[in-house]
Design a protein around this ligand. Structure first.
Ligand code: ZN
Length: 149
């Protein structure tokens, strides 16, 4: 068992899922790439390549592109049922489907707090960020924000 960090408290935000994304100054998603056919996987695959034409089990962990193109999005005007976390009072939020620049795979994520939801457009450049799932929550998740915002 690792030693307990004396600076850590129950209130310190922590990734909601371990091993799917890296935090820090340049956060990024963590994927795996097949050594045989170069297929990318997210969430990271550790057993075998998901390409139906490949039977390799040799996968390497790789950082995924921090930017991508808005493929589609939806602005949710209602509070999702539990166990989803919602701010009180509820505020509309957006979910974006972003095609990663290099890997060309589409990854879903909430749009970052503070982004102007009425300004979202298909085709715009989005960038990954990490923040609490809702303001004040301890669960960190990846989100998409308009590049440059
Ligand atoms: Zn493969």
């Amino acid at each position: 068992m690792p030693p307990t960090d004396p600076a850590a408290t129950a209130a310190d935000p922590a990734p909601a899922v371990e091993g799917w994304f890296a935090t820090g100054a340049e956060p990024h998603l963590i994927g795996t790439r097949c050594v045989a056919c170069s297929t990318y996987h997210f969430p990271p695959e550790t057993f075998s390549c998901r390409n139906p034409h490949c039977d390799s089990t040799s996968l390497e962990e790789v950082p995924l592109s921090r930017r991508g193109r808005m493929w589609s999005f939806a602005v949710n005007q209602y509070a999702a049922p539990p166990p989803s976390l919602n701010p009180d009072p509820f505020e509309p939020y957006a979910v974006a489907a972003v095609e990663l620049d290099e890997e060309r795979m589409v990854v879903l994520g909430r749009v970052a707090n503070g982004d102007d939801l009425s300004a979202l457009r298909v085709g715009q450049t989005m960038e990954i960020t990490v923040e609490p799932i809702i303001t004040g929550a301890n669960e960190l998740v990846w989100k998409w924000k308009a590049a440059g915002s």
